[in-house]
Design a protein around this ligand. Structure first.
Ligand SMILES: CC(C)(COP(=O)(O)OP(=O)(O)OC[C@H]1O[C@@H](n2cnc3c(N)ncnc32)[C@H](O)[C@@H]1OP(=O)(O)O)[C@@H](O)C(=O)NCCC(=O)NCCS
Length: 184
């Protein structure tokens, strides 16, 4: 069963392009240097860099460029990028609602190698979670390779908890942990 706010969101997502807006966030970067980054909705011009980050990060299981193009059409401002003050794309996150449900999912999250451990994923996640919750998400789910210690620690720090492990998620013996965060 769905919820009223979710139905309204789907309506907006399908009929209107969200207005462009930015979030300016200050983070303590490596060595205590103060870095400013912007979290904003993905734009077409980001495709090349996002695809490069994706390939560098996920190798042969990377999403192809056409997936990002279609994600832009479908997800609107639930597809966010982090950009440095000098216009460099640092990473991205995307989320979506389950059809007819108040459960939402983090579909993908990646930060360019040279910009990790500087709070970029935290900033991306914070903004995406705010949007999902504002639109009625009661829980936010994701799957992660349980051996991906960086991602598992990151998600735990964001208050996600493991709810089950699926042993044959993509193919036999390809394990994924399913993690969930409740909105309240
Ligand atoms: C997981 C990932 C997105 C984290 O991005 P990030 O920008 O480096 O994360 P942040 O700097 O916001 O980290 C916040 C916290 O997460 C935890 N964390 C992040 N990377 C970690 C690592 N390599 N080891 C242990 N904990 C880690 C820490 O608690 C960190 O806080 P701290 O730096 O104050 O200790 C990044 O490592 C990445 O892109 N990995 C490859 C792609 C991936 O695995 N995506 C998730 C797939 S489900």
């Amino acid at each position: 069963m769905g919820c009223k706010s979710c139905i309204i969101i789907v309506y907006f997502t399908l009929t209107d392009k969200m207005p462009y807006y930015e979030f300016n966030l200050n983070f303590q970067g490596i060595g205590g240097v103060n870095k400013q980054i912007t979290i904003r909705p993905y734009e077409h011009a980001d495709l090349k860099t996002i695809s490069e980050i994706e390939k560098e990060t996920f190798g042969f299981v990377a999403y192809p460029a056409f997936f990002f193009r279609q994600a832009y059409d479908i997800l609107s401002d639930l597809f966010l990028v982090a950009e440095s003050v000098d216009g460099k794309i640092l990473g991205y996150v995307m989320g979506a609602f389950e059809t007819g449900s108040c459960d939402s999912w983090i579909l993908s999250l990646a930060v360019a190698k040279e910009h990790r451990r500087q709070g970029v994923a935290h900033a991306l996640m914070e903004q995406l979670l705010q949007k999902l919750i504002a639109r009625g998400a009661e829980s936010i789910l994701l799957t992660v390779d349980p051996d991906n210690t960086a991602a598992v620690s990151f998600y735990r720090k964001q208050d996600f908890h493991e709810i089950r492990v699926e042993n044959d998620y993509f193919e036999p013996k390809d394990k994924r942990a399913v993690m969930r965060k409740k909105s309240t």
